[in-house]
Design a protein around this ligand. Structure first.
Ligand SMILES: [Zn+2]
Length: 313
């Protein structure tokens, strides 16, 4: 089994954050080119649909979504955050990019349940893991992985869901959304201190949140040891029915937004370990979502390692 199903859409390339912004369309172009070029991966690339808003409302209130869409400008950019992190922008083409990014997760679920697909990747932007119930931040508006988890529960009655987040930033949004919910276990390894400033080990929710903050300068070997001990061992104990992954590649040593020193190959190992748990407890079912990763050559290499880790194990 070397096939991965990839959901993406050209609308996701139209999200514009202005010049010199790290979250740019070239990221997604790089990811897709890299997946297509990889000779050891068979990628079935499909169009992500626009998400049905009823699914978004499983996580975000109507009034919040209405407000976000009402802020979309006819020209130029509008920031939705206050200082010091005023870097989350809406542009005229934001709406469909946001709806396709979330729709990718929904389509991945349908493909997984109905067609018995096991390894799926949502190559989307904007990312989602910083989006809280009623707060856009960190380049995120709708929490794609959280909506996917709720959709799995609502439509397919899957109860025990694990979300593993190896983006270098803490997924404050995902943590906030599931903080009181034992049916979803969230495990995040992230640089600390760093944006968004959450993700201390003592933030445990109702025993369903596992945070592994790591210091700047952490190398691959030390990273993977902490990842196993603080995150994977707990996910293993939870025995999830499916694993969702917030896959950011900004813990790479060349990433400009953080200071962790992973090599591209480390993403194969990280992914392999996630898939091994999915094979034991979750019928091998993994849906991964692109979050961050801002150095294009590093992203190109890392995404290949991640996808290979998904299909080879
Ligand atoms: Zn990140």
């Amino acid at each position: 089994m070397n096939e991965i199903i990839v959901f993406t859409h050209s609308d996701c390339l139209l999200k514009d954050n202005g010049p010199n912004h790290p979250e740019r369309k070239e990221r997604l172009q790089t990811v897709l080119r890299s997946i297509k070029e990889a000779t050891n991966i068979v990628a079935d690339i499909k169009d992500a649909p626009l998400v049905n808003l009823d699914n978004v409302f499983l996580v975000h209130p109507k009034k919040y979504i209405k407000k976000i869409f009402s802020l979309i400008p006819h020209s130029g950019l509008i920031g939705v955050e206050k200082e010091p992190y005023a870097d989350t922008f809406l542009c005229p083409n934001s709406k469909n990019a946001i709806l396709r990014s979330c729709g990718a997760g929904i389509a991945a679920v349908d493909s997984l349940i109905k067609n018995n697909r096991k390894r799926l990747f949502c190559a989307v932007r904007p990312p989602g893991h910083h989006a809280e119930t009623e707060r856009a931040n960190g380049f995120c508006f709708i929490n794609n992985v959280a909506v996917t988890a709720r959709y799995l529960q609502k439509k397919f009655h899957i109860r025990k869901i694990a979300i593993i987040d190896f983006d270098v930033h803490h997924g404050n949004g995902t943590q906030e959304i599931f903080f009181q919910d034992k049916t979803v276990v969230y495990g995040s390894i992230h640089e600390f201190p760093l944006f968004p400033g959450t993700g201390l080990e003592k933030e445990t929710g109702v025993g369903n949140i596992f945070n592994a903050p790591i210091v700047a300068g952490t190398q691959g070997k030390g990273y993977i040891k902490i990842f196993e001990e603080k995150i994977l061992d707990n996910i293993d104990k939870f025995k999830p029915e499916i694993i969702l992954v917030s896959a950011g590649f900004d813990a790479h040593k060349r990433d400009p937004l953080a200071h962790i020193n992973l090599e591209s190959e480390n993403y194969y190992e990280i992914t392999k370990k996630i898939v091994e748990i999915a094979n034991i407890h979750s019928q091998g079912r993994v849906i991964s979502f692109l979050e961050g990763g801002y150095d294009l050559p590093a992203l190109s290499e890392s995404i290949k390692e991640h996808c290979l880790g998904l299909v080879k194990n």
